[in-house]
Design a protein around this ligand. Sequence first.
Ligand code: GLC
Ligand code: GLC
Length: 654
Amino acid sequence: MVTDTAINSFWLARESNASLRRLLPRLETKYRGSTDQAAWEVYLARLQRHFPRLFERLHALYGRDYDFFYYLEHTLCAATEMWLARPPELKALDAMREADPSWYLSHRMMGAMCYVDLFAGDLEGLRRRIPYLSELGITYLHLMPLFKVPAGDNDGGYAISSYREVNANLGTMEALAELASELRAHGMSLVLDFVFNHTADEHEWAKRALAGDEEYQEFYRIFPDRRLPDAYERSMLEVFPDDHPGAFTYSNRMKKWVWTTFNNYQWDLNYENPAVFNRMVEEMLFLANHGVEILRLDAVAFIWKRVGTASQNLPEAHWIIQAFNAVAAIAAPAMVFKSEAIVHPDEVNRYIGVEECPLSYNPQLMALLWDALATRDVRILLKAMRHRFALPGGCAWVNYVRCHDDISWVFTNEDIAALGLDPREHRRFLNSFYTGRFEGSFARGVPFQENAQTGDARISGTCASLAGLERALVAGDAQETELAVRRILLLHGIIMLIGGIPLIYLGDELGTLNDYGYEQDPSKTGDSRWLHRAPFDWQRAEQRHDPATVAGRLYKGMLRLVQLRQQNLAFTRAETEFTDTGSPHVFGFFRNHDQYSVLVLGNFTEREQRLDARLLRHMGMRKTMVDLHAGRTLTATQELVMEPYQLMVLTRAV
Ligand code: GLC
Ligand code: GLC
């Protein structure tokens, strides 16, 4: 039987071929003379390989417009011009990455993230701090948005006024490109954000829209009255309700409503307009040509909207990313995408794919690690990981404990309910625990975007403060301090060994505490995420080799974990097999490489735990095992005894 899909894909393939046949001679005439023959041939081969999927996606998005072909030609011209302008060093990198396309799956990969100003003052300062990053084994460095932004409140850089200008306080575009190159020479890939859902209201396009230019008003989602905004809002969730209710902001100047999912100065771009896609292709490749190797796609869930839906995670959002992916594969193949989707776990997984985003934050793991610490119960974590951790070939998670954003409890209601718990109550418990309101809690955090009516909230706070270090130090309690140190290392141990790229929020390796100073700063006070965005404490960093200090103990433990990961084959491109350890308090998984396999165990309680040694033997462990983490051999005849919050890495005979 011939199905509609089959006819459709036949038709698409034919049209895609026909379009390319028409476009190639035009590209030849226009650009062939601009580069040498061999390079041009290589480029054309890539274009031919990726064009069909680019065509298919753009056709799905814009094929109904009468001027579809005009925009398509423009996309290819932009890609070709940007490729021609690509520096030789990056073209060489393109060739290297094409020969080893899943380079980012290596167990050598170690991520770190920071704000340039808070970590090192400016780009030049950051260059001088490369030795610190090298010492930690970093190979992936995410610099938070460093572009031109409005003065004052700019959502920590996520309201961008120009994708082509670095914030003057931090440096210049040239300095950024030089830094990328120098990082590369030290084995580090530069990661930058592509904040492509919105621009600042001070972006040139927004300014023209404000001045009444209708061509640019079409770049955003702007409405003359409340009719459509009301219709959209009926089925939407609020993202930043503290800033403004709903998703729209009224502009007095235009006398119109603007779509602003986040803050009222962040204007959502209108991807229904193919001109927006094309202009953003140019901005994206401009970044690629400055040396970005991993592009973090910000807020992917929100880029397409439709009345009657939550306007999140719509199919078109995926098509847009896939189209960007195809363009990058043609013009800057060394650059790969990482998605930032902090949404329902099943939706998170839908952005992951070699032709969409091969890398993705793992918000579910992050949230459930904190869940397990609070409840001392790893069963939800285990269930969720078994169900959703495995990824398609060539893809990997970016696993993290904390980042610059709040913690939202992005696990599924079904996983909570399966344990007989009420999901709503459970999230309430976690909020109460991590704000320290819950009796006996070790944590010190602050609510973010708390909704007094529903009791919903998210959590701000540094890893150390949430893990109990702040409370313990204030109380001068040595034993609690020790437990907090162990909690921090346990969480980091899991993200380093579980599979994928671990990402350290710089400062966490030293146990940085909450910074309450933001309450005094009018541009920050409404946004509790500044609680965990403190200036990096370089004095504290100087204590890192002193085991008598808390910073020193943490740092040493962290280095040990990094080495464990980077020096063992068990952690390279190895599958992760989650296992029931027989205890609800001990999380366990195997990493299985061809000839080598380890069992990672983590005790999520402040009490000693005993595992049944026979059960371990059923899993293929021996009586005598080596704990690679502690660096000792142990024998477990009856029981394997684990200390409070202990992390073990046991070798398994293969
Ligand atoms: C992402 C960023 C967050 C920002 C938002 C809007 O979620 O991580 O910091 O507020 O996008 O750009
Ligand atoms: C990929 C990697 C593997 C990792 C998994 C989850 O399959 O090869 O190492 O465990 O992704 O990130």
